[in-house]
Design a protein around this ligand. Structure first.
Ligand code: FES
Ligand code: FES
Length: 162
């Protein structure tokens, strides 16, 4: 079937099977490999993308559900429309050493941006609760939490690309 949706701010029309997962569509058909697959069972959060501004796990989302909707992947995050600079949340992860191997990082960043949207003063408890669906095998989480708090503060001093 053919579906049309907005992908990272641009119109997209693709042919997909009825059982195609969004992770498969992104990675294998559209070459957007920043969305990672860690478990394929909705546990790890490595595959988080934004669907109409909400964080969703794309390994449990069927591609036909994208029809008419807006999808943003880690590749689509920008500091401002048309900018090549990193999003403030990405800058915060770099600044606060919120990653080691980086496998979980795209999903962490996408979850964090959705969590911080409209919330300038995230507490540590809110960040830890908000990241419960994202697993990191490397960092012990402390620097991720610090990065998300800093990124949330920075987002509300800088325009998001969404
Ligand atoms: Fe989707 Fe792990 S790959 S939650
Ligand atoms: Fe390696 Fe999180 S940085 S899994």
């Amino acid at each position: 079937m053919q579906i049309s949706f907005t992908l990272n701010g641009k119109p997209a029309t693709v042919d997909v099977g009825a059982a195609t997962l969004v992770t498969e569509l992104l990675r294998e058909h559209l070459n957007l490999t920043g969305t990672h697959i860690g478990c394929d069972t909705s546990q790890c959060g490595a595959c988080v993308v934004h669907l109409d501004g909400l964080a969703v796990k794309s390994c449990t989302l069927l591609a036909p559900a994208l029809e008419g909707r807006s999808l943003v992947t880690i590749e689509g995050l920008q500091s401002a429309p048309g900018s090549n600079r990193l999003h403030p949340m990405q800058e915060a992860f770099r600044e606060h050493h919120g990653l080691q191997c980086g496998f979980c990082t795209p999903g962490m960043v996408m979850t964090a941006v959705a969590l911080a949207d409209g919330k300038p003063g995230l507490t540590e408890a809110e960040v830890r609760h908000g990241l419960e669906g994202n697993i990191c095998r490397c960092t012990g989480y402390q620097n991720i939490v610090l990065a998300v708090m800093a990124g949330a503060a920075a987002m509300h001093g800088a325009a998001s690309g969404e």
